[in-house]
Design a protein around this ligand. Structure first.
Ligand SMILES: [Zn+2]
Ligand SMILES: [Zn+2]
Length: 130
């Protein structure tokens, strides 16, 4: 699978049987549908965060294509309050989410997940290796 941002082939990382596609050259991360939920584990924070996701049709961000179906991805606003919102990309057919470098970390921060969260462990590992 190629990176939707810079078109380099992505590497697959595994964490507790979840496969994560990661672009070494731009630091982006692709998560297949359902993987974000798995990574966030069951918590009140997760439900709150996921229910805040809202498709935004007015952003002017550079469009990217889904690495699976190649359709243009939509912009999704995430954030539990108005001050801390970030925009990520989602496949219009729900194949998954694309996170530019730092965005996955930002989501964890916004959602106030605790420090032992799987995602933070994963990110630590990833950047140690690269
Ligand atoms: Zn890339
Ligand atoms: Zn797709």
């Amino acid at each position: 699978m190629n990176c939707p941002a810079c078109r380099q082939p992505m590497v697959v990382l595994e964490l507790d049987e979840i496969e994560i596609d990661h672009c070494i050259s731009c630091g982006g991360i692709w998560l297949d549908a359902g993987e974000l939920e798995l990574l966030l584990e069951d918590s009140a924070e997760k439900d709150k965060l996921l229910s805040s996701f809202k498709v935004d049709k007015n952003t002017k961000r550079k469009s990217r294509r889904c690495p699976l179906c190649l359709k243009k991805m939509q912009e999704v606003l995430c954030g539990v309050d108005n001050e801390k919102k970030i925009i990520i990309n989602e496949c219009p057919q729900k194949d998954g989410f694309w996170f530019d470098r730092g965005e996955l970390e930002e989501i964890i921060r916004i959602g106030s997940f605790d420090k032992s969260n799987k995602v933070l462990e994963l990110l630590k590992d990833m950047f140690k290796k690269s």
